[in-house]
Design a protein. Structure first.
Length: 171
């Protein structure tokens, strides 16, 4: 019940602000006189044969156009592209074959193995601001290599097709 009352009050406020309440809720308040508007006489025909044409008077409301002041606000927009928060590992050298996007954090052997990405990574794309540590075994164990930039072929790093866990970090 309270919600209905609140909605009615909101509607009333909206109508009052727009001036529509005056016409919507006719509360025996006289219509304010319209000044300097043309008066036009029209003739309306009735269906009653005993009545002849009678004049009716209509008053048109004046059209008022008020120029709004123009305000120009100068703003400076600085667009900063957020640093990517993932790296991409590829099945083959030169960023070819299947690929997998990996976010910041540790990627386990179980995850890589479940996606058939264990021991097949051959290239890595690393955006600026991130570092990747590749591990030979699961659980971040075994030999490791740290990369901070794109590496088109892990053969050159003696780390091709042996990655079983990965740690992606912000620098």
């Amino acid at each position: 019940m309270d919600i209905i009352i609140i909605l009615i009050l909101l509607l009333c406020c909206c109508f009052c602000l727009s001036g529509s309440a005056y016409y919507l809720f006719n509360i025996n308040t006289p219509v304010p006189p319209v000044t300097s508007s043309p008066t036009q006489t029209n003739y309306e025909r009735t269906n009653n044969p005993t009545t002849t044409e009678r004049p009716t008077t209509t008053t048109e409301r004046p059209t008022t156009t008020t120029a709004r002041p123009t305000t120009t606000v100068a703003t400076t927009t600085t667009t900063t592209t957020p640093a990517p928060s993932f790296i991409t590992v590829y099945e083959h050298c030169n960023y070819e074959g299947r690929y997998l996007n990996l976010g910041i954090g540790v990627t386990s052997y179980e995850y890589l193995n479940g996606l058939n990405f264990n021991d097949i990574i051959s290239s890595v794309k690393i955006p600026q601001g991130l570092r990747v540590i590749l591990y030979e075994h699961g659980g971040l164990h075994g030999r490791q290599i740290t990369l901070t930039s794109d590496t088109p072929c892990l053969i050159n790093e003696n780390f091709n097709d042996i990655t079983s866990s990965i740690n992606v970090q912000r620098i």
